[in-house]
Each structure stands twice: as structure tokens, then as C-alpha cells.
Design a protein around this ligand. Structure first.
Ligand SMILES: Nc1ncnc2c1ncn2[C@@H]1O[C@H](COP(=O)(O)OP(=O)(O)O)[C@@H](O)[C@H]1O
Ligand SMILES: [Mg+2]
Length: 296
């Protein structure tokens, strides 16, 4: 059907052009007969010319109309494809989140209690064992189990930040940064107007994932002395800004990692905007705008 419309539009426009060309050439030749009486021209009646011009106009009008319809159809298809991509991206992100939640739950609810009961047993045992060596071994095992419990809590929290679900974005990111600051050379600060504002779980998780990926990038690649994070919610839009004074990178060069492209896809999938400005030795400045609705 589209192909027929496409062909018809070209045929109509070609006919119109051919007729126009014929009339113009005939007219021109008619004028030249004054100088070259031997030239053959058709004598076309005024009324016929009027009719032909009407036909030409009609052919053009229908041809242009068909082309417009085809263009509209192409735009519609592009929009459909974009929506389909968006749907796929959302499904992938959701599947990833579900996986993380499952892992976190298994670690927290499965391995956590097992280690706790091992810790209780080793504590009970250490009270009964005799001899310095045995006491030391029991103490070491107890310490190892305590550390394992702590690290399981941390891993589970990294997978699905519990603070995020309970207290929202600002508190979750502040606690994420407070854990990082003592162990990095980069001083991270956060300036936010969110307070205790709450959004739907998906949006909150998205902001958290985006900021944590970008913070990790600065810590991993930038060798920066400061990283400033700004969160600004206004008029159903969340502005996220991260600025570091690190090594920067060439944004026009292709890179292997998945982190930045994941962030870009996540932002695109919800109809947001991202602007990445960086250059060698110029630091990195990333600004993201996400459409979001406050629920509390
Ligand atoms: N803040 C930053 N400072 C310097 N380089 C960066 C920064 N963020 C990203 N990059 C560069 O961009 C590349 C792509 O980042 P990303 O997609 O997150 O992949 P990954 O972190 O897995 O390497 C990084 O390898 C790094 O070279
Ligand atoms: Mg990364």
C-alpha cells in the first residue's frame, strides 16, 4: 500500500512535469516561428490549455498530498520504534533491578542468619576451649565471621539500598557518600533541595543508580580532589549535576565501558536529557534532567 502510494505520487508528479514541459516548449516554439517559420508547433486551443493546467495542478496537489502522507507514516514508524526501544530498555532495567533484589534478599535472609548462628556457636565454643592457641583460633574465627556478616550487609545494601526505600533519595545518597568519604582521596559533597521528598520507587532507584555510577566513575577514573553533586527538584523535573576537577576524558572517543552508556539509555528511556562535558585535564561536568513526580 505504501509502495503504491509512493509510486503513484511520483507518477502524478512526473505526468504534471511532462505536461508542463510540453506546454512551455510548445509555447516557446510558437514564439520562435516569427524568426523561423519552418518550425512545427501544435496549435492548442486556449480552453484545452486551461484544462491541461488544471490537470497539472491536480496532479501536483495529489502527488504532494501522497508524499505528505508517506512522510507522516515514516514519522509515525520512527516514533513507534522509539517507544518500542523505550519499552525494551525499561524491561531490561526492571529485570536487572529484580535480579539485584533477589540476590540482596538471598544474601540478607539466607547467608546472614547462617553466619549469625555460626558466630553464636563459635562464641559458645570459645568459652569452653582450653589453652591459648585454641582460644586464639576461636577468636580469629569469631572475627572472620563478624567481618563476613558486615560485608554481607554492605553487599546487600549496595545491591538494593535499604535506606532508599525507607528514607528516600537524599538520605540514601548522603549515607552512600558518608561511607565513601573516609576511604577516598576525592572530597565528595552533596547539595540537595530534596529533603524528605519521596518519589515512586522506580524513579528513586533510577536517580540512585545514576548518581552512584557517576560517583564511581569519578573515583575510578578521575583522580579528582573534589566532586560536587547537586540535586534540584522543581516543577516535576529532577536536575542532577556532578562536577569533578579530575583528569577528564575525550567524549568523542569511543569507550569500552557500559556504565555511561547505561546511564544515557536509562535517561533516554524515561524521556530525560543528559549533557556530558569533559576534556583531558578539564574535569568532568555531567548534567541530567529527569521528568519525575513527587508523591510525598
Ligand atoms: N569522571 C570521569 N573522569 C575521567 N574519566 C571518566 C569519567 N567518567 C568516565 N570516564 C571515562 O569514560 C570511560 C567510560 O566510562 P564507563 O562507561 O562508566 O565505563 P567504565 O567505568 O566501566 O570504564 C571510562 O573508562 C573513563 O575513561
Ligand atoms: Mg563506570
Amino acid at each position: 500500500m505504501r509502495a503504491t502510494k509512493y509510486n503513484a505520487s511520483w507518477i502524478l508528479i512526473t505526468i504534471a512535469l511532462a505536461l508542463l514541459c510540453f506546454i512551455m516548449v510548445n509555447n516557446l516554439l510558437g514564439k520562435l516561428t516569427r524568426f523561423f517559420p519552418n518550425i512545427f508547433t501544435f496549435h492548442i486551443d486556449e480552453a484545452v490549455i486551461t484544462w491541461v493546467i488544471m490537470i497539472i495542478s491536480l496532479c501536483f496537489a495529489i502527488g504532494v498530498l501522497l508524499i505528505q502522507k508517506i512522510l507522516k507514516y515514516i514519522n509515525l514508524q520512527a516514533e513507534r520504534r522509539r517507544r518500542e526501544d523505550e519499552r525494551m530498555m525499561n524491561a531490561i532495567i526492571q529485570a536487572e533491578e529484580n535480579q539485584r533484589q533477589k540476590f540482596a534478599k538471598e544474601l540478607h535472609d539466607g547467608l546472614g542468619p547462617l553466619l549469625s548462628s555460626a558466630k553464636m556457636s563459635i562464641s559458645a565454643l570459645s568459652q569452653r576451649v582450653e589453652g591459648d592457641l585454641s582460644k586464639e583460633i576461636a577468636y580469629n574465627i569469631d572475627q572472620a565471621i563478624t567481618l563476613s556478616i558486615k560485608s554481607i550487609k554492605e553487599i546487600s545494601n549496595d545491591l538494593t539500598p535499604h535506606v532508599l526505600g525507607s528514607f528516600g533519595i537524599e538520605r540514601a545518597l548522603t549515607s552512600f557518600i558518608n561511607r565513601l568519604n573516609p576511604v577516598t582521596i576525592t572530597k565528595i559533597t552533596i547539595d540537595s533541595n530534596l529533603g524528605t521528598k519521596r518519589f515512586d520507587t522506580k524513579s528513586e532507584l533510577m536517580v540512585f543508580r545514576i548518581v552512584s555510577e557517576l560517583v564511581n566513575n569519578t573515583l575510578k577514573h578521575a583522580d579528582a580532589s573534589i566532586l560536587i553533586i547537586r540535586l534540584d527538584y522543581n516543577n516535576h523535573e529532577m536536575a542532577i549535576e556532578l562536577r569533578d576537577d579530575g583528569t577528564g576524558f575525550d567524549t568523542s572517543e569511543p569507550h569500552d565501558g557500559m556504565g555511561l552508556s547505561n546511564v544515557t539509555s536509562r535517561v533516554g528511556a524515561v524521556g530525560g536529557k543528559i549533557d556530558i562535558r569533559s576534556g583531558i585535564d578539564e574535569g568532568t561536568h555531567i548534567t541530567i534532567y529527569l521528568p519525575m513526580r513527587k508523591i510525598k
